[in-house]
Design a protein around this ligand. Structure first.
Ligand SMILES: [Zn+2]
Length: 404
């Protein structure tokens, strides 16, 4: 602890807490474009005074309403850039920030205004240690991570072209009492299964019917069973609709059939299932999807059912054994050298910034750099100011090695 205190001037830490309190006093819930812009401008002012060039652009968000995107750039030499990213929006509007011991309670304090305050403070710490300006660094502040991410996805995809690494200022986690860095995030692929069988009267000609329902249910059960615990892939069969073609294909009107005695005497000739697969590595995802397609083919053939498996939208995973491995290791070493023990979170749920990279298989990603806390998205959200202090030092140390 004493070592930390001598390395980090108390003034930098106090300024970080003051800036964080300011940022949290501004309401910037998703959709509040004016408030989000105000947060971007407040941050922009801080960064402009530290040698960054500030640009706030507008991009169409949900319903095409324009939303602000903050780009803050150091001088660029033309070499590959280091990209840092965070979101300016929060789930809840602001409530007055409240300090309780080493906890700062405020909406968005943890998720993730503290990440921005950490970034500004790390720049000050770096400036106190090292001569010459930081170059080839860009901070991207996006406006809609908490709602739809239309702008976030587009802005990250564009800004990440050709970068050498992506640092994500989202909060770290706590596992077994230890703080984490995030090294992996699951990718996801949507899928649909369509089954067409043969209808028949269940009383007069049961055996000449081909039940699309039975085939789709069998497929669904076996698809679900491909899911593996821990870091394995998961297959979620989210919906299964089956019955006669008239029921399945015209649900807007036919749903009134459900719960009645009508059409129960027909072997169901139509089914539709839909869901998603989540996976930590590209190869694992491909393997599961291939198995699902093969299962459809086999079950269809055995039961004389036309069973079609198709995939829809896909979001690439961030593989914890991918190109970020070395960067994560070095960051852990830097933390350890300061007496700050971090553990790696290989499998953080949810889709986030790194998933929007054009090619996450090629770019080193370091996620969860922000300080820890609890109560995200609630009125009891708080951030740990000791964690903030440790992570300011860590980010400054990281800049030292990445700037060389
Ligand atoms: Zn967040």
């Amino acid at each position: 602890m004493n070592e930390l205190r001598t390395i980090q001037p108390a003034a930098i830490h106090d300024a970080a807490t003051a800036l964080l309190t300011d940022l949290c006093s501004i309401s910037s819930e998703s959709g509040n474009a004016a408030g989000i812009r105000q947060v971007g401008e407040r941050l922009g002012t801080e960064l402009a005074s530290r040698g960054f060039t500030i640009e706030i652009r507008e991009l169409p968000g949900a319903g095409d309403a324009p939303l602000p995107v903050l780009h803050a750039r150091t001088p660029m030499t033309g070499g590959p850039r280091l990209l840092l990213v965070g979101h300016l929006d929060t789930v809840l509007p602001a409530s007055p920030p409240r300090l309780d011991g080493r906890r700062l309670f405020a909406s968005g304090a943890l998720d993730m205004k503290a990440g921005f305050a950490m970034f500004v403070a790390a720049l000050d710490m770096l400036a106190a240690r090292r001569d010459g300006p930081l170059v080839d660094v860009e901070l991207l502040g996006v406006p809609d991570e908490e709602s739809g991410s239309r702008v976030s996805a587009a802005a990250v995809r564009e800004a990440s072209r050709g970068v050498r690494a992506l640092l994500v200022l989202e909060p770290g986690g706590v596992t077994g009492g230890k703080e984490t860095l995030v090294a992996g995030r699951r990718g996801m692929t949507d899928w649909t299964l369509e089954a067409t069988g043969r209808p028949s009267h269940s009383g007069l000609a049961f055996w000449s019917g081909r039940s699309a329902l039975a085939a789709a249910a069998d497929w669904s059960r076996r698809a679900h069973a491909l899911s593996r615990p821990e870091h394995g892939p998961t297959v979620n069969v989210a919906r299964l609709l089956a019955g006669t073609a008239a029921f399945v294909d015209r649900l807007e009107t036919s749903h009134t059939l459900f719960g009645t005695a009508r059409h129960r005497n027909v072997v169901p000739d139509r089914a539709r299932a839909e869901g998603e697969v989540r996976y930590l590595s590209e190869s694992e995802g491909k393997e599961v999807l291939a198995t699902l397609a093969r299962l459809a083919h086999e079950i269809g053939r055995e039961n004389e059912i036309d069973l079609r498996f198709t995939t829809g939208g896909s979001i690439a995973p961030v593989d914890p054994r991918g190109p970020g491995v070395r960067l994560v290791e070095r960051t852990m070493e830097l933390a350890a050298a300061r007496g700050f023990e971090l553990v790696v979170e290989e499998d953080r749920g949810g889709i986030s910034f790194p998933n929007y990279l054009e090619d996450p298989g090629r770019i080193a990603v370091l996620d969860g750099l922000g300080p820890v806390g609890d109560g995200m998205h609630t009125r009891e959200e708080w951030v740990d100011l000791d964690s903030l202090r440790r992570r300011i030092v860590l980010l400054a140390d990281l800049f030292m090695i990445l700037a060389d």
